[in-house]
Design a protein around this ligand. Structure first.
Ligand code: IPE
Ligand code: IPE
Ligand code: MG
Length: 253
């Protein structure tokens, strides 16, 4: 049976988040420069977006560029920006045909003007689609997002729109850039690094974490299915005991 056939289609995660890591090392391993790795990473994005859409996953968040990545050498940053904009632009038509809706989270004001303009145009074209939601985390970091949320909450309290006693977890969710999306059930990081690197710190509270040594440019649909299969073997307890969950399952089945 293929990996795809082994998936339990009734228990797919609705939201998968991916830290697409390892482009630079992948390139170096072949004696090429880092941008060559980023270039090949785009093919993985295409393949995984297609794979997620075929499965009927509703949300796919892709960490493409972090706030901290601005500190990389200027040639890499410029090359990456051009590649990102170019790829999104080239893919817009196909994404549109496949009813894929694009969202961007992150500090977009940091992007060069040409990149912002191109991105806005793609968002406009893809903004009304109703299929898979692809959320690009671009110039994103979770601490940046949380700081902004707190600033906005404080401003609303000061303006009298919100009372401090009213603030609960739903309020906080509403002030995050991900307010429209459910929390990811599964977070995948490629390339053998075991860290979160400032990605969705609040939203990943109960996500299942999956780490693979596969470098991002080598990551394909079968690797995605493997991650989902691993996720489907896990017991998500949310603080309860295994016995409580088993009892619950007996009464609901
Ligand atoms: C991920 O690959 C892409 C970005 C962070 C933009 P890296 O560029 O981090 O590749 P490694 O981790 O150096 O191999
Ligand atoms: C995280 O990868 C950010 C993206 C994949 C966009 P990095 O390669 O920048 O993370 P660190 O610095 O190794 O933690
Ligand atoms: Mg990296």
């Amino acid at each position: 049976m293929s990996l795809r056939e082994q998936l339990d289609m009734s228990r797919l995660p609705s939201h998968i988040a991916i830290i697409m890591d390892g482009n630079g090392r992948w390139a170096k391993e072949q004696g090429q420069d880092r941008l060559f790795g980023h270039f090949h990473g785009v093919e993985s994005v295409r393949n995984i977006v297609e794979g997620a859409a075929e499965l009927g996953i509703q949300y796919l968040t892709l960490y493409a560029f972090s706030t901290e990545n601005w500190d990389r050498p200027v040639e890499e940053v410029t090359g990456l920006m051009e590649l990102l904009v170019d790829s999104i632009k080239k893919e817009t038509e196909t994404l549109n045909k496949n009813n894929i809706r694009l969202h961007v989270i992150g500090d977009i004001n940091m992007l060069p003007d040409y990149a912002k303009a191109e991105l806005d145009e793609c968002l406009r074209v893809l903004g009304k689609n109703t299929g898979l939601n692809v959320i690009m985390a671009l110039s994103y970091s979770s601490r940046w997002e949380i700081v902004n949320a707190i600033k906005n909450i404080a401003a609303d309290v000061k303006a009298g729109h919100l009372e401090p006693y009213e603030i609960d977890q739903d309020t906080i969710k509403d002030y995050l850039t991900t307010r429209e999306f459910p929390d990811p059930e599964l977070m995948i990081r490629t390339s053998g690094e075991y860290r979160i690197s400032n990605f969705l710190l609040y939203q990943l509270a109960y996500a299942e974490l999956y780490f693979t040594s596969v470098r991002w440019p080598d990551f394909r649909k079968d690797n995605l299915y493997e991650a989902i299969l691993d996720y489907q073997k896990r017991e998500r307890r949310f603080g309860k005991t295994g016995e409580q969950l088993h009892k619950q399952n007996e009464t609901t089945s």
